[in-house]
Design a protein around this ligand. Structure first.
Ligand SMILES: NC(=O)c1ccc[n+]([C@@H]2O[C@H](COP(=O)([O-])OP(=O)(O)OC[C@H]3O[C@@H](n4cnc5c(N)ncnc54)[C@H](OP(=O)(O)O)[C@@H]3O)[C@@H](O)[C@H]2O)c1
Length: 281
């Protein structure tokens, strides 16, 4: 995908992998829409992006609040801008509690907020095709053994929040796969990916001992951005849809991430929970 005139919306670019990805994608002629909670936390990046010759805009979106996701999507659509790449990057690990709408916090932010954002922007992606949807998932999804649908409507149960994180990342992979099937031959292709184990803020809520252990294996945010950049714009990735990537190569996701029944149920429930469809409660 040539970068000239690309319009890219990325969530969670105030720090870490999202910030490094926005900088890697920045070029003159590119417009970056930075969707996030705090304009103040995005200001340094907005200035850095403008210095590269890219256009950069802040879009207020709190993924923990579905009303805020709707407002952000409406504001984007009203701008009349095309959308060539939607990069669902923002994420939490080790957080506990519920979202504004009563969902388990990590699931609500990592999957449900992005699900709604994607659905609301889908027509614009179609109109702008060729276009791509990139979900930043994680190899953590391999440790999810099942999805307890009831638990997704309750506060975080585990002490570390990591089992809930694994489920939320499984949902990111299932979501990309389900979209690929639904959008086949539409000119909109989808991707899920593992960015590596990266030294970012995402680990701040993980218990200290575990955090020290994870630190031993960490890469830089710039290295963590490579697979996102690859899925967002590389010619090679453009020919296939619905795959899971790590190190800029397709990789088989977990058995559960390829489960057709689970894929369909996640879609139905996500539609119902975001108020977009009848689905199941
Ligand atoms: N780091 C790793 O090793 C690793 C490994 C596998 C996958 N990942 C995935 O990579 C992605 C990026 O994470 P990171 O490591 O770069 O972490 P990070 O530095 O903590 O960045 C997370 C971003 O998400 C944003 N965010 C959090 N809650 C939000 C909300 N409610 N609404 C909107 N934005 C919100 C944060 O914005 P604020 O400034 O508002 O907090 C921040 O910009 C995540 O999806 C994560 O699961 C990371």
């Amino acid at each position: 995908m040539g970068r000239e005139s690309l319009s890219i919306l990325i969530t969670g670019a105030s720090s870490g992998i999202g910030r490094a990805t926005a900088l890697a994608l920045a070029d003159s002629g590119v417009t970056l829409h930075l969707a996030g909670r705090s304009q103040e936390r995005h200001e340094p990046l907005l200035a850095e992006l403008e210095a590269t010759g890219a256009r950069a805009r802040f879009l207020p979106v709190d993924l923990a609040d579905l009303a805020s996701v709707r407002d952000g999507a409406e504001r984007f659509l009203a701008s009349g801008e095309p959308l060539h790449v939607l990069l669902n990057n923002a994420g939490l690990a080790g957080a506990r509690g519920r979202t504004e709408n009563g969902f388990e916090r990590t699931f609500g932010v990592n999957h449900l907020g992005h699900f709604l954002l994607t659905e609301l922007l889908l027509d614009r992606l179609h109109e702008s095709a060729p276009a791509r949807i990139v979900n930043v998932a994680s190899d953590a999804h391999f440790s999810a053994e099942t999805v307890d649908w009831d638990a997704l409507q309750r506060p975080t149960r585990s002490l570390t929040g990591l089992p809930e994180y694994a489920v939320s990342k499984l949902c990111n992979v299932l979501h990309a796969r389900e979209l690929a099937e639904r959008l086949a031959d539409s000119g909109v292709t989808t991707y899920a990916l593992h960015p590596g184990v990266v030294a970012t803020e995402v680990w701040r809520k993980v218990p200290w001992g575990l955090r020290q252990l994870i630190r031993l294996f960490m890469e830089s945010p710039e290295a963590g951005a490579r697979t996102s950049e690859y899925c967002a714009v590389s010619e090679a990735a453009g020919s296939q849809s619905g795959l899971y990537y790590a190190n800029c190569e397709p990789k088989p996701p977990s058995r559960l991430a390829r489960d057709a029944t689970l894929t369909a149920e996640l879609r139905e429930r996500s539609l119902a929970w975001t108020g977009l469809g009848a689905g199941v409660g």
